[in-house]
Design a protein around this ligand. Structure first.
Ligand code: FES
Length: 111
């Protein structure tokens, strides 16, 4: 559900996204975004790797604040979208996630 006035979209219940896990959501434009739970803190980045078309939430491995792409081992910081390991060189977008009454809300505009 889109709340255009606030610029946030629903990203599902916080309780069903356990620490160390990821969830795929879509922006109103259709762009896929990965939501991460890192020790109880929620972060979001583009779901698609900047090196290829891999889905980070589907195939990646989350190690603390690092999401490692399964295709070629590149990695990003889930807090900023910054590329951390080759062959990834271009950053991906990162987004704000807030928790309201147990529901995660994803900001549509990237940080
Ligand atoms: S597609 Fe992600 S590292 Fe190559």
């Amino acid at each position: 559900v889109t709340d255009a006035s606030e610029g946030f979209v629903d990203a599902g219940p916080a309780a069903s996204l356990a620490a160390g896990e990821m969830r795929l959501v879509h922006l109103p434009c259709g762009r896929p975004v990965a939501i991460y739970n890192v020790d109880g803190d929620f972060f979001a980045t583009d779901d698609t790797c900047s090196h290829g078309q891999a889905s980070l939430s589907d195939e990646g491995m989350l190690l603390e604040h690092k999401i490692i792409c399964a295709w070629h081992g590149g990695a990003f910081d889930v807090r900023t979208g910054e590329a951390l390991d080759l062959p990834c060189m271009d950053r991906i977008r990162s987004y704000a996630v807030v928790e309201q009454a147990g529901e995660l809300r994803l900001q549509v505009q990237p940080k």
